[in-house]
Design a protein around this ligand. Structure first.
Ligand code: PHB
Length: 395
C-alpha cells in the first residue's frame, strides 16, 4: 500500500492572506479546499482484512451522501500501519505533518492506536477510532478531539461470563494474544465470570501475531476445563478455531470468545467455527430493516459480506457526516463540530447508539452462536453497556 500525496489547491488570494499571516494555514484549508481524510489502517499482516472492511464501510457512508462532507469534496490519504506499534507515532505524524490531514481515521490494533493517540493529543487533529479498544484512549487520556465509534476492549467480554455460567460452564481457561486488546478483554471477562460464580483455572497467552497454538492447546487438554474463553481476531482467529477443532478439543470443551473471534472469518474457519459462542455489539443476523438494508448495499458494492469492522467503519463515516454537516464543512469550528458529534444519535446497523461523555459508545452486547457460517443472535446478553471511563475528566 502506498501513501498518496497531492498538493494543496488554494486560490491565489487565500495563499496571499495566509503568507501575510492573516490566516492560519489550518483555517485556509478548512474553508476552501477539500477535506483531507487520513486512513491509518492495517492493509497487510494479521489484521489486513479488518482494515479494508473499515475503509469500505467509511467510504460507503460518505458515498451514500454524494461523497462529500458538509458540502465539501474529500481527498483521501492512506498509510498501511501493518499493526506494528513500533511505527505508530511515525506513521501518524506522516499523515498529520506531511499530508496535513483534517481527520485521522484509525486504527485496528490497540498498540498502534497509542501512537496515533499521542500525535492526536499533541497536534489537536480530529481522531476517529474505528476499532482499537485500548482503554486509556477514552479513560485517563480521553481528549476532546478523540472519538471512538467501536467499543472499549472490556465491553464485549463484560457480558460473556454470565452467559457461560448460564450454560453451566463454571471452570474456564482464558487464552489470548498478549497485548492491550487481549489483556483488557480479560478484565471484562474476569469481572463478569467470577461475579457470576465461575473459576478461571489458567490464563494463557502468546505474543501478537504468533499463531503457534499447539503447545497451549496441549496444556488446555491436560487442564480439562468446561470451557475456553478467548480474544483473537482476523486471520489468527480463524487459525485458532481450526487448530482447536483439529486437536479434538471441541468434543469436550465449549469454545467461547469475544465476538471478534468469529467476525469476517467464517469461511476461513469452516466447520471449526460451528457452535462457537461469543458476545459482541453486532451480529450479521440482527433482524432489523436497518441491518438488512446495510448488508445488502455493502454486499452489492464490495462483493463481500460485511462484518463488525465494516459496521464500525460505516458508523465512523456517519458520525463524521453529522459533525461536518453541523458546521457546513468548516472543521476549524471545533467547538460546534465536537458538540454535534457528542450529541449525535447514530442509527447504525448494530442498533441505535449515543456517545458517552468520554467519547465512547453506550451499546447493547449480543450473545451469538455460529450456525452454518452465520453469527446467529441468541439474545441481548447485556443492555446499554457503558465503559467505566475511569480517570476521564471530560463532561
Ligand atoms: C485491538 O487491538 O484493540 C483490537 C484488534 C482487533 C479486534 C479488536 C480489538 O478485533
Amino acid at each position: 500500500m502506498t501513501t498518496r500525496r497531492t498538493l494543496l489547491t488554494r486560490s491565489a488570494a487565500v495563499i496571499g492572506a495566509a503568507s501575510s499571516g492573516l490566516l492560519l494555514p489550518q483555517i485556509v484549508r478548512a474553508q476552501s479546499g477539500k477535506i483531507r481524510i487520513g486512513f491509518m489502517l492495517p492493509y497487510t499482516g494479521a489484521y489486513a482484512q479488518l482494515g479494508v472492511a473499515i475503509e469500505n464501510g467509511f467510504m460507503m457512508a460518505l458515498n451514500e451522501q454524494g461523497g462529500k462532507l458538509g458540502g465539501r469534496d474529500i481527498e483521501v490519504f492512506k498509510v498501511d500501519d501493518e499493526s506494528n506499534p513500533a511505527k505508530g507515532i511515525e506513521n501518524a505524524t506522516r499523515l498529520v505533518q506531511r499530508d496535513k490531514v483534517d481527520v485521522l481515521v484509525g486504527t485496528v490494533h490497540s498498540g498502534v492506536q497509542m501512537g496515533i493517540h499521542k500525535v492526536a493529543r499533541e497536534s489537536g487533529v480530529l481522531s476517529l477510532i474505528p476499532n482499537a479498544g485500548v482503554h486509556l484512549a477514552t479513560r485517563a487520556q480521553c481528549a476532546p478531539n478523540v472519538f471512538r465509534t467501536s467499543f472499549t476492549n472490556g465491553q464485549p467480554t463484560s457480558a460473556l461470563g454470565k452467559a457461560m455460567i448460564d450454560k453451566g460452564h463454571k471452570k474456564a481457561v482464558w487464552i489470548t494474544h498478549s497485548y492491550a486488546a487481549g489483556d483488557e478483554a480479560f478484565e471484562g471477562f474476569e469481572q463478569g465470570y467470577t461475579a457470576a460464580g465461575g473459576t478461571i483455572v489458567k490464563k494463557l497467552g502468546l505474543p501478537f501475531p504468533n499463531v503457534e497454538f499447539q503447545a497451549l492447546l496441549t496444556e488446555i487438554a491436560a487442564l480439562k476445563p468446561d470451557a475456553v474463553a478467548c480474544f483473537f481476531a482476523g486471520a489468527p482467529a480463524a487459525k485458532f478455531m481450526r487448530d482447536f477443532h483439529a486437536a479434538g478439543l471441541h468434543k469436550s470443551i465449549q469454545l467461547y470468545g469475544s465476538g471478534f473471534l468469529t467476525e469476517g472469518v467464517l469461511d476461513a474457519a469452516g466447520e471449526a467455527a460451528n457452535g462457537v459462542m461469543t458476545t459482541l455489539h453486532y451480529s450479521d443476523s440482527l433482524d432489523t430493516p436497518r441491518n438488512k438494508q446495510f448488508r445488502l448495499a455493502y454486499a452489492k458494492t464490495f462483493k463481500l459480506q460485511p462484518d463488525v469492522y465494516a459496521v464500525q467503519g460505516y458508523d465512523t463515516g456517519l458520525l463524521m457526516i453529522k459533525g461536518a454537516n453541523a458546521v457546513k464543512g468548516d472543521l476549524s469550528n471545533k467547538k460546534a463540530l465536537y458538540a454535534a458529534m457528542e450529541g449525535a444519535e447514530i442509527d447504525s446497523p448494530r442498533g441505535k447508539w449515543t456517545m458517552s461523555k468520554a467519547h465512547n459508545l453506550v451499546q447493547d452486547i449480543y450473545l451469538r452462536k455460529v450456525e452454518n457460517k452465520e453469527n446467529k443472535v441468541l439474545g441481548v446478553a447485556q443492555k446499554a453497556v457503558a465503559d467505566a471511563a475511569t480517570g476521564c475528566k471530560m463532561g
